[in-house]
Design a protein around this ligand. Structure first.
Ligand SMILES: [Cu+2]
Length: 171
């Protein structure tokens, strides 16, 4: 009997080292807190911006100001009626050092990837982008700008960037 008791004690000691039990112990609240934060990040951004776009190839905002280091949720809404193949829209944000014209030129033939070029250089200069939207569609993206400055955004559907562009200023 004594032997069995001792064995079960060893067994209990071994179990207490398992991650599942560690979570349940009051001394290890850290993983629980981390989990909570992660779940909240999904739903809560520090700032939410809604941008609309339409059949006249216009974004309703040409200048957006955001605070550095905050989580920004940007919702793009296509309020147009024209079919996606003729008048699709997205919103692409480039990094500071990127050349919009150069990037947009590479986007033109990238029909298979909804006008987001997949080459390494283009991907490196990409900060964030929405999906390509058809009429009455919308998409939300979440991003954070960690360095103050001006960031260009535009629609990469062929021929749209001349009209559909704007600047995000991070302060
Ligand atoms: Cu467009």
């Amino acid at each position: 009997m004594k032997q069995i008791l001792q064995n079960s004690k060893i067994f209990a000691a071994a179990l207490s080292l398992s991650p599942a039990l560690l979570l349940a112990e009051p001394s290890t609240v850290v993983p629980v807190a981390e989990k909570k934060e992660e779940a909240m990040a999904d739903k809560k951004a520090d700032l939410e911006i809604v941008v609309t776009c339409n059949d006249s190839m216009q974004f309703d905002k040409k200048a957006i100001e955001v605070p550095v280091g905050k989580t920004i949720k940007l919702v793009l809404k296509n309020v147009g009626k024209a079919p996606k193949v003729a008048m699709g829209h997205n919103l692409v944000i480039l990094k500071k050092d990127a050349n919009l014209q150069e990037w947009a030129m590479k986007a033109m033939p990238a029909k298979d990837t909804e006008f987001i070029p997949s080459d390494e250089d283009s991907q490196k200069k990409l900060l964030a982008h929405t999906k390509l939207l058809g009429p009455d569609e919308e998409d939300a993206i979440t991003f954070t700008i960690t360095e103050a400055g001006e960031y260009e955004y535009f629609c990469s559907f062929p021929g749209h960037f001349a009209l559909m562009k704007g600047k995000i200023t991070a302060k």
